[in-house]
Design a protein around this ligand. Structure first.
Ligand code: AMP
Length: 289
């Protein structure tokens, strides 16, 4: 595995590989890697000739400065995991390399409804930051395929929209959420849970599976109230627990829609998110052009 820090070097490397006919898979991350990230690398290696992973803790997507400063950093371990997983390139740019003119006064993206609902509502500006960094990364690599996780379901829909907005033909593949044996969705932020919070954390997934089992049997409002009460009893502070259209995240979903139950809740200072789809996981892929 080679490590690249300079954007221009990455672009040159990718251009040479494409000239040899190689297909490029891209896995963007913020590091503190875990088995969920490795599933994305695995999927990329299966479908593409060359797999590039980026590690970049993007300052513009954190609406809470302390969440940014406390984001876990485990670069040596990450490098070893990527090496073991067979990634070809690790890209670790500095903030000044991706944002040469600084992080103030950045471009704005028209994300429509996705901007103001769920994560967009509770983390104002978050998806603008995600798009700001993702556009920069995507234009450097112009990958054939982009691999992202269902855990961040709304983010996948936002990136599908971004690909359309910037007219890239990259295919977005959404990989299923990797979970700990007790059901907790793997997340870099889990490292910030203390032992008692870690013991409680799987209740978020339990709340989702219980709610999914009651869908269609009780009115959604009842299911939702029970889930929120259960989470609060366990010690969570829920931001939301909603049933939404899986394609648009509109709430309530149309009766015929595939649905997703999405949840976000704090345990102490740590904010966890998770979701369950009622239908099959459709790759959140843009049209092939
Ligand atoms: P992050 O480093 O948290 O920004 O995540 C980088 C990528 O890994 C995103 O596409 C996430 O959705 C994905 N990811 C994070 N956690 C998981 C998980 N438990 N299962 C599958 N993908 C994940």
């Amino acid at each position: 595995m080679i490590t690249i820090e300079q954007p221009a070097e990455l672009t040159l490397f990718v251009r040479r590989q494409k000239a040899q006919g190689k297909t490029i898979g891209f896995v963007p991350t913020m590091g503190a890697l875990h088995a969920g990230h490795m599933k994305l690398i695995e999927a990329s290696r299966k479908d593409c000739d060359l797999s590039i992973c980026s590690i970049f803790v993007n300052p513009t997507q954190f609406n809470d400065p302390s969440d940014f400063s406390k984001y876990p950093k485990t670069l040596d371990r990450d490098r070893q995991m990527l090496e073991d997983a067979g990634a070809d390139v690790l890209f670790i740019p500095a903030v000044s390399a991706l944002y040469p003119s600084g992080t103030g006064h950045l471009e704005n993206y028209d994300l429509g409804y996705l901007e103001s609902t769920l994560e967009g509502r509770f983390r104002p500006g978050h998806f603008q930051g995600v798009c700001q960094v993702m556009r920069r990364l995507l234009l450097l690599v112009e990958p054939h395929m982009l691999f992202m996780g269902q855990k961040d379901y709304q983010q996948c829909l936002v990136i599908r929209r971004l690909l359309d907005l910037i007219r890239l033909s990259t295919i977005l593949i959404t990989c299923p959420t990797a979970r700990e044996p007790d059901g907790l969705a793997m997340s870099s932020r889990n490292l910030r849970l203390d032992a008692s919070q870690r013991a409680i954390a799987p209740a978020l997934y339990q709340a989702l599976t219980r709610a999914a089992a009651k869908l269609g049997k009780s009115p959604w409002e009842t299911v939702q109230q029970e889930a929120i009460a259960f989470l609060e009893e366990q010690g969570f502070r829920p931001d939301y627990f909603e049933l939404a259209d899986a394609g648009t995240l509109r709430q309530p979903p149309a009766a015929t829609a595939n649905t997703v139950i999405v949840a976000a809740a704090f345990l102490g200072e740590v904010r966890l998110i998770d979701n369950l789809l009622s239908g099959p996981l459709r790759p959140a892929s843009p049209r092939r052009r």
